[in-house]
Structure formats: C-alpha cells, structure tokens
Design a protein around this ligand. Structure first.
Ligand SMILES: NC(=O)c1ccc[n+]([C@@H]2O[C@H](COP(=O)([O-])OP(=O)(O)OC[C@H]3O[C@@H](n4cnc5c(N)ncnc54)[C@H](OP(=O)(O)O)[C@@H]3O)[C@@H](O)[C@H]2O)c1
Length: 298
C-alpha cells in the first residue's frame, strides 16, 4: 500500500515509517523542514516537505496514497509540562493540524485514516479494567483538541472510508520522556506521579510502530494499544533496574502532586487498560515489556 505518515520525524512517526517499510509498504514521511528529510530517508521512507496546517499543501502531499497515519504530537518533557504555554503547540497540532489532515486526506481520495490518540483520556478506574466502552473523562477544556481530533477522524469515516483511532499507552523506550525519567531515577530525584498501587499501561515505541502496521487490518473504530498493565510501584522498580540502580524511582510528594494541574494530572490516574480488542482483531502483540532487559537501548 502507499502510506503517508505525518509527524514522521518524531518518536512515533519514525517507528511507524520503519515498521511500515519493513512490512513491504511504500511510505511517504511528511516533515515541515528540510532537515527532516534525511531522518525519514534513514528509516526507509520517501520524504515530502509540507505544512501540516495547510489543507491544500497536505492534499498535494497525500495524493495517490491509500492510507494516512497521523502521529503528530509535541509533548513537553517532565515538569516542563507545568510551564505556561507548554502545551500550546501540542494543542494546535491536535486541534488544527489533525482536522486539516483528515479533511485533506478525504479530498485527496485516501481510503483510510489512522489517528494516534491516548489512554490518558480515560478516568481513573482504580483496579478495574478499562475497555474502549469506558466513557472518557474529557470535560475539561484542556482535552478539547483531542476530542475535536477524534471527531475529525469519525467524520472522515463516511462514504466508504474508514478511520482507526489508536489510544496508545504511555510510551517508553529511547524517547526523551523516558530518558529524562531514567536520569532522575539514577540521581535519586522524584519523577513519578500517582501512587505505587495505581496502574499504568505502557507501550514500547517499537511496539507502537508495529501497532500502526497492524492497524491497517483493523475496521473503523477506537482501539486501546498497550502492554500488560502493571502497578506504578512495579514501574518504579523496572525504571531502577534499567537505570542500573538499587533504589526504585521516587514518587513526587503529595503536596507537589496536588498542584500539577489538568495536563499532568492524567499521570496520577490509575489506568488498567485492556488491549484485547486490538489484539484479537489484528493479531498485534507487545514484544518489549518494562522488565525486558535493555529496553531503553532498543
Ligand atoms: N502516548 C504517549 O505516551 C506519548 C505520545 C506522544 C509523545 N509522547 C512522548 O513525548 C515526547 C516527545 O515526542 P513527540 O513525538 O511528541 O515530539 P516531537 O518529536 O517534538 O514531535 C513529533 C513530530 O511532530 C512534528 N511537529 C512537532 N511540533 C510541530 C509543529 N509545531 N508544527 C508542525 N509539526 C510539528 C515534528 O515533525 P517535523 O519537525 O519533522 O515537521 C516532529 O517530528 C517523547 O518522549 C514521546 O515518547 C508520548
């Protein structure tokens, strides 16, 4: 298939391009900058420079493609997420670019849209499992861009077209967020939010790349994508093991956790998310878990 990937130079995009090329697809990676071209080519894709906020520019880039995969994001690392305006670019990407992408894909005759989303939209569900049928916790204005993005994907899925929305677990691997967490763990600084008994659903970025390939086989709908959920206390130990230190990663004190605001509050939630629907429909399985030795170098 001919597949266009937006955000192709990012953490998710690079994994998607490489996995799609390895699966035998012809892949175009979209980047807004000339310096992004060798990054896409390094993963085996062909690069196109285009403005992701411009529907006309995008329609030109998407022409002749069967599928568009949108992996755009700009997530601030660590407590930088508390800074004023830290989420402005991420919001613009989900609110404006994702809508422009869905519209341009339809205009260009693309048949399928695969949209990255997140398990952080679910409410804290304690020790109970979360399936795709769980209502989302998105009333706060901060979640508006993600809601509008989902709506754009649903609107795309008419007139014989299909849209697959992947609610990805918390990414871990070689990415900046996890590298920051490993450094804090090594230095004995607090890094984790929530409580040790809360659940977390993780997804190694290699498995995220493979999930985009598997999503080509999925029917229209929403799918959770993550590994076996573990407690945050277990994750604290896994981080220490990977960081090469004895002491588990530390949790922020409650007083700090109380003031993290809406964006980081999602990281305090207990999210025991089931990916059974995605696994049974596509055959996708996680291959790297948080206790797989050397996961930060893969
Ligand atoms: N589910 C999750 O847990 C999750 C999801 C996403 C990200 N993250 C984490 O967040 C951290 C940052 O990763 P990321 O992928 O968000 O960051 P990123 O690498 O900064 O962004 C991804 C891509 O989006 C494009 N982009 C970013 N800002 C843009 C803008 N203002 N206008 C147009 N294009 C823009 C860039 O492409 P060009 O520069 O080539 O145009 C970039 O390569 C990582 O540690 C990652 O693991 C976690």
């Amino acid at each position: 298939m001919r597949i266009a990937v937006t955000g192709a130079t990012g953490v998710l995009g690079q994994e998607a391009v490489e996995a799609l090329v390895a699966a035998g697809h012809e892949v175009t990676g979209i980047t807004r900058r000339d310096s992004g071209v060798p990054i896409v080519e390094g993963r085996g894709g062909a690069a196109v420079v285009a403005d992701v906020f411009d529907a006309t520019d995008l329609a030109r880039a998407f022409r002749g493609h069967d599928v568009v995969i949108n992996t755009l994001a700009h997530v601030p690392v660590g407590m930088a997420g508390l800074r004023p305006l830290a989420w402005r670019e991420d919001d613009r990407l989900h609110l404006e670019a994702s809508i422009a992408i869905a519209k341009a894909a339809a205009d260009a005759g693309v048949r399928k849209l695969i949209q990255e989303s997140s398990v952080f939209l679910y409410p804290d569900n304690g020790t109970d499992w979360i399936t795709e049928d769980q209502p989302l916790s998105v009333r706060n204005q901060a979640f508006r861009p993600r809601v509008r993005e989902m709506r754009a994907a649903v609107d795309f899925a008419t007139s014989g077209r299909s849209a697959v929305v992947l609610r990805l677990g918390q990414l871990f691997g070689r990415d900046p967020q996890t590298t920051h967490a490993l450094k804090a763990t090594r230095e004995g600084d607090p890094i984790l939010l929530g409580k040790p008994e809360n659940y977390i659903t993780l997804l190694h970025h290699t498995d995220a790349g493979l999930a985009f390939v598997a999503a080509l086989r999925a029917d229209s709908g929403f799918y959770n994508v993550g590994g076996e959920p573990i407690t945050r206390g277990r994750w604290a130990k896994d981080l220490a093991m990977e960081a090469g230190v004895e002491t588990p990663a530390k949790f922020y004190p409650e007083i700090t956790q109380a003031i993290v605001g809406t964006r980081l509050e999602v990281q305090r939630r207990s999210l025991r998310v089931s990916s059974v629907r995605f696994m049974s429909e596509t055959g996708w399985r996680p291959t790297v878990g948080p206790s797989t030795k050397g996961w930060s170098r893969r």
